[in-house]
Every structure is written in C-alpha cells, then in structure tokens.
Ligand binder design. Structure first.
Ligand SMILES: NC(=O)c1ccc[n+]([C@@H]2O[C@H](COP(=O)([O-])OP(=O)(O)OC[C@H]3O[C@@H](n4cnc5c(N)ncnc54)[C@H](O)[C@@H]3O)[C@@H](O)[C@H]2O)c1
Length: 251
C-alpha cells in the first residue's frame, strides 16, 4: 500500500522558514519527501543546508509579507524554481506585548499585516493556483490564542482568532475543489516568539506548571501534524484547528 504520509514529488512553500517553527516544519516536510520554497525577510541559510542534506531541492525567496505586494512574485518564484506548488504553510508571524491600555496603533498594524492579512492573501494566491491544479493543501499556523484571550497581546490574539475563522471559511469554499485548508495551533514552544515570556521567571513557571507534558514544545514537535495536514492522509480533514500543545487546552 502506498504511504499516505509521503510527500514525494510535492512542492511546499513555507513562510518564515529561516528559524523556529517554520524551520521545524520545512525540515519535517522535506523528510517526508517534499521540495521546499522558503519565503521571508531573513535568509533561510541554516534551513537550506538541512533541507539539501536530505536530498531535497530548495528555493529561497526574499519577501516582506507585511503587504500583498510580493505575493504574486513569491508564487512565481516557487513555481519557476521547483515546477509547481502543492502545499502552502502560512507560518510567518510576529507578536507585540503591551498592556491593552497602552497598546499602540503600530503594534496593532504590524502584527495584523503579517499574521492575518499576509496569510489570507498568500492563501488566496496559492488557492487560485491549486484550484486550477485540481487541489492542494494549505496549513495555517494558529495559536492557543485562537481559543483563548491571552494577556498583553491584543493584536496577536485578534490575528490568531482571525486565522482560525479564515481557516474555516477557506475550508468551506475550497473543500469541494480538492483543497484541504486546516491549521495547527502550537502550544507554548521554545522559539524567538516566546523568548520574552521564557525570560520572565514567574510567567515561565506559571506556564510550565499548566502544561501536562511538563515541558515547552520544540519546532520538531510540529513535524508530525504538519506532514499529516500536508499529505493525502488528511484528504477528508477540512477546517480543523489541530492543537499541538502538550495538553495545554485539556487543562
Ligand atoms: N513559539 C510559540 O510558542 C508559538 C505558539 C503559537 C503560534 N506560534 C506561531 O508560529 C509562527 C512561527 O513563530 P515562531 O515561534 O517560530 O517565531 P519566530 O519569531 O522564530 O519566527 C517567525 C518567522 O516569521 C518571519 N516573519 C516575521 N515578520 C515577517 C514579515 N514581515 N515577512 C516575512 N516573514 C516574517 C520571521 O522572519 C521568522 O521566520 C508564528 O505565526 C507564530 O505566531 C508560535
């Protein structure tokens, strides 16, 4: 029987793949057989070396995804470089922390522009290509704050709650076109995104105390979920938000 988790012959575009969760996902997809296009503001040098060491092809695309402007080029460079596009992972994102009473318009816009606007228009561009192709896989990166309110991160909570909604909307529109749109909701993962939280001893201890798995997650912890949602193993999974959180939401 063919392996339903195999990504042999597939092309995956991962945004923000130079570091953190995006890097972990790109490596997991490459291990499952996919060639990787990595789009973002920072050069994905380390990710490229790791993907090439697995014998997969790799294309690096410089793009600031806080506006819609580079998106068509990102798609073109992926398809020109690797021949097609089957999988999009909308991972690029940022977070700003401040009390709600002090939160600035800039911290609102900077986060919303990448986390929700950029992600939607990237999905739109990929979706147009995938509809013409007869199908594809889109995996958005949500958050615990797609389910919970969080604290001191209003634009982040708005963007990640929005990503959950957009994931379901796109799944509704595109499931019948052969496109699976789903999201992964990572728990508390040790990356640059949470460096400030982990540096705060009291907050860090509170968070750890609530995680049933009793540890922060790592980028590699997302690999299985990413491969599942990118592969034909998930062909009848549409609009799901899959927590990978060491049990955080179960508490
Ligand atoms: N670390 C966690 O605990 C956690 C939890 C839930 C969700 N997430 C989400 O996972 C995703 C990856 O975050 P991470 O934890 O690896 O953090 P990270 O800061 O290490 O990575 C963020 C990535 O997004 C890219 N990026 C930021 N702004 C960009 C822009 N304008 N254009 C293009 N790329 C841009 C960065 O260059 C980087 O590659 C984000 O969407 C984040 O919100 C993280």
């Amino acid at each position: 029987m063919a392996n339903p988790f195999s990504l042999e012959g597939k092309v995956a575009l991962v945004t923000g793949a130079n570091t953190g969760l995006g890097q972990g996902i790109a490596i997991a997809l490459a291990e499952a057989g996919a060639d990787i296009a990595a789009a973002g503001i920072a050069p994905p040098t380390e990710t490229e070396a790791k993907v090439r060491a697995l014998g997969r092809r790799f294309v690096a695309i410089e793009a600031n995804l806080s506006s819609v402007e580079p998106i068509d080029r990102v798609l073109r460079e992926t398809i020109d470089g690797l021949g097609d596009l089957h999988i999009l992972v909308n991972n690029a994102g940022l977070i700003r922390r401040a009390d709600a009473v002090d939160f600035s318009e800039k911290d609102w816009d900077d986060v919303m522009n990448v986390n929700i606007k950029g992600a939607f228009f990237m999905a739109q561009a990929a979706g147009r290509h995938m509809i013409a192709n007869g199908g594809g896989k889109i995996v958005n990166i949500a958050s615990m704050l797609s389910f919970q309110g969080g604290i001191r991160v209003p634009s982040y909570t708005a963007s990640k709650s929005g990503i959950a909604g957009i994931t379901r909307l796109l799944a509704n529109e595109w499931a019948s076109r052969g496109i699976n749109v789903n999201a992964i909701a990572p728990g508390y993962m040790a990356t640059d995104n949470t460096a400030q939280l982990r540096a705060d001893e009291a907050r860090s201890a509170q968070i750890l105390d609530r995680i049933p798995a009793a540890r922060w997650g790592t980028p590699a912890d997302l690999g299985g979920a990413a491969v599942f949602l990118a592969s034909s193993a998930s062909d009848y999974v549409n609009g799901a938000i899959l927590p990978v959180d060491g049990g955080w939401l179960a508490r």
